[in-house]
Design a protein around this ligand. Structure first.
Ligand code: GLU
Length: 307
């Protein structure tokens, strides 16, 4: 049974980019006769905006997108992440790290196999996962064959932060498995996180879902829309224009006056075909630390998410 999900972080209201990810994942699940879930990724309190989680859920509902099962809140699942973390720790895959950003400058932000900074028992460490000098390969349903050498492109990455929170990369892997997700549909900014997630799945003995990354909606300057940059929110009191725009972005042409929310969604389910989407190049702005790996025309790098 197909199980898909949309996993927003409550860092601001939904904008067209996040609506595209929500809608794309919903259309895939509905077309497959499967289940669609919403997971609130509220694991990063400093970045969260009070009220944003409720606002996102109300906005999704106004667009006819409602989770088939109760919404999972990552903030309530610390014990589950801790268990996964302990397993990795016991197996010798993680180590404490006191390095600052400055300590990592000579390595262009990528953490080397041994910490350049000494241990400092007076303050808490971050916990990093050791990564192999080997390629992780996968096939994305839109971007095709991908591979990335974690050691060269990313380095040992943080799975538990100095503040004690578990990092996105660990939580997402634990939750995709716990929710039985069969295909992850999300924005192409996460294409380069996928090898880290597959590596974690293997270490934890969890299945690897299929992946479909969707091209990013960009603003006029070519930047990805982002909640933190206050991209214009979609208007839930007048959802049709944004729904039409999101469908059009996903390659589903809709005529003006083509009906209400339900009719447009039904049209989307019939006509959405990722094979017809143009995969724009994955984001080029991967930060100075990126040393992209190339496969065919496509590149992967490290955009530094929670690493
Ligand atoms: N919470 C992440 C975000 O809003 C998405 C995570 C995912 O879909 O894997 O960017």
């Amino acid at each position: 049974m197909y199980r898909g999900r949309f996993a927003p972080s409550p860092t601001g209201p939904l904008h067209l980019g996040s609506l595209v990810a929500a809608l794309g994942s919903w259309l895939r699940a509905r077309a497959a006769g499967g289940v669609w879930l919403v997971r609130m990724e509220d694991l990063d309190p400093p970045r969260e905006v009070p009220g944003a989680a409720a606002d996102i859920l109300a906005t999704l509902a106004a667009f006819g997108l409602e989770s088939d099962e109760p919404v999972l809140h990552q903030s309530r699942r610390e014990g589950t992440y801790r268990e996964a973390f302990e397993r990795l720790h016991r197996a010798g895959h993680v180590y404490p790290c006191w390095c600052s950003r400055r300590d990592l400058e000579p390595w262009a932000g990528r953490h080397p196999a041994a910490c350049p900074a000494p241990a400092d028992p007076s303050r808490p460490p971050a916990w990093r996962l050791r990564v192999p000098d080997a390629d992780i390969a996968f096939t994305d349903a839109l971007y095709g064959a991908q591979h990335q050498n974690l050691r060269r492109a990313v380095g040992d990455f943080v799975i538990r932060r100095v503040e004690g929170w578990f990092a996105y990369q660990l939580a997402v892997v634990v939750d995709d498995a716990a929710q039985g997700i069969s295909e992850v549909v999300r924005g192409a900014d996460l294409l380069d996180s996928t090898p880290r997630q597959i590596h974690l799945q293997r270490l934890l003995g969890l299945p690897t879902p299929q992946y479909l990354h969707l091209p990013l909606v960009r603003d006029r300057q070519g930047r990805k829309l982002s909640k933190q940059d206050r991209a214009r929110p979609v208007d839930r009191r007048d959802p049709l224009p944004a729904l039409r725009a999101a469908l059009t972005f996903l390659g589903v042409r809709v005529r003006r006056g083509a009906g209400g929310i339900d009719a447009l969604l039904a049209e989307g389910v019939r006509r959405f075909d990722p094979a017809r989407l143009a995969a724009d190049p994955p984001p080029a702005a991967l930060g100075p630390q990126s040393e992209p790996c190339t496969i065919g025309p496509r590149r992967l790098g490290n955009h530094g998410r929670a690493s």
